[in-house]
Ligand binder design. Structure first.
Ligand code: BTN
Length: 359
């Protein structure tokens, strides 16, 4: 099903695809569609270093012994280290640095909207393109599409987004919020806050947010958000929220130009980060923040955003197309717009554009 719709994408891990037996030719998982692999990985993780017996798997999830053995073998084939003890059962001792939809679902647990369906592709043009196609096919909101690499990853303002294989998190989320088009900056702000929290929780690093969508560490960009909108004059039809996080790139994997302005969590931390853990932290936070935005509680996020924002209080230059505006970034308004006190004393609401510090 997915393969035929998305011919430009290679689906990740054919062996895993075979396990998701009721999705013909595709590889998906979600809380709407929980596979046996998700049950197995959830139970092994919940055991927190302990073992789970075959009898437990049979009783809780109805997995017969022969099926369990074959699933465990498949998971081992993907790189999961699972020890077997004849008396105690199965124990998960290590996980590969791989984005495996069923594992992401197992790690994520229950969500309201974002992540109830997860798809992982080995390669796509851009995950935003894949989600855009799903949106046009009428898929319900909340689906998340990851790619291990993108051949045409894009950033804001038509920039190229470098997306090397297995080095980062490149994913997009389909949303259908009941918001006015001018309110969607709220979602970008919510995503920035969610990414901030997730990075902080997983790595202990304290990034800064540059309005509206850049996550920086020591002044260099580590993550970005590309929000693409399909709307009528007064109604959002759907939104594709694309997120790119430079997780495990090493310095020599950035071009000389990018090295001056971009960094990765691995460079900043001095050690690699488990992408699946970071991915699920981001999705969990995003799910919570999306619920807040939809419930009209954006102001709860705005305060947190301002706390981490390196733009507020600074003299900045805002570029909107060919236009340049200088002024002081004062605060965020109720819609997520940046309030700029211009050099002429006017207060301008900025809903898009590029902000740089005015040195
Ligand atoms: C930016 O800061 O300019 C936004 C970068 C967004 C990159 C992500 S990677 C996943 C998704 N697919 C894309 O082509 N772009 C976004």
């Amino acid at each position: 099903m997915i393969l035929s719709r998305l011919s430009s994408c290679c689906l990740l891990s054919l062996s895993a695809a075979c396990l998701a037996s009721s999705v013909a030719g595709g590889y998906k998982a979600g809380t709407d569609f929980v596979t046996t692999d998700t049950h197995i990985l959830s139970a092994l993780r919940d055991a927190d270093g302990g073992s789970v017996s075959a009898a437990d798997f049979a009783e809780k999830f109805g997995v017969a012994r022969a099926e369990l053995c074959s699933r465990i073998e498949n998971l081992r084939g993907l790189g999961y280290e699972i020890e077997t003890s004849p008396h105690l059962g199965y124990k998960l001792t290590d996980s590969p640095d791989l984005l495996h939809a069923e594992d992401l679902i197992a790690r994520l647990g229950k969500v309201k909207v974002i992540g109830r369906d997860i798809q992982v592709f080995e390669q796509t043009t851009s995950t935003n393109d894949v989600v855009e196609k799903l949106a046009r096919d009428g898929v319900k909101e909340g689906v998340v599409v990851f790619a291990e690499s993108q051949t045409k990853g894009r950033g804001r303002l038509g920039r190229v987004w470098m997306s090397p294989a297995r080095k980062g998190l490149w994913f997009s989320v389909l949303l259908r919020p009941k918001l006015q088009p001018q309110e969607i900056t709220q979602l970008t702000v919510a995503a920035a806050v969610a990414i901030w929290r997730a990075i902080n929780r997983v790595t202990d690093l304290r990034p800064e947010i540059k309005w509206p969508n850049d996550i920086l560490i020591r002044g260099k960009k580590v993550a970005g958000i590309l929000t693409e909108l399909s709307a009528e004059v007064d109604r959002v039809k759907h939104i594709t929220l694309g997120v790119g996080v430079d997780v495990n790139l090493e310095a020599n994997e950035f071009s000389a130009g990018l090295r001056k302005i971009a960094t990765s969590l691995r460079i900043e931390l001095g050690k690699p980060v488990l992408r699946a853990e970071l991915a699920t932290e981001i999705l969990r936070e995003l799910d919570r923040d999306y619920a807040r935005v939809c419930a009209g509680k954006f102001s709860e996020l705005a305060d947190e955003w301002e706390e981490h924002c390196s733009t507020i209080g600074k003299q900045v230059i805002v570029g909107i197309g060919e236009r340049r505006m200088r002024g002081r970034a004062e605060s965020l308004d109720d819609d997520g717009a940046l309030l700029l006190r211009t050099e002429h004393g006017r207060l301008e609401r900025i809903i898009g554009g590029d902000v740089t510090l005015d040195k």
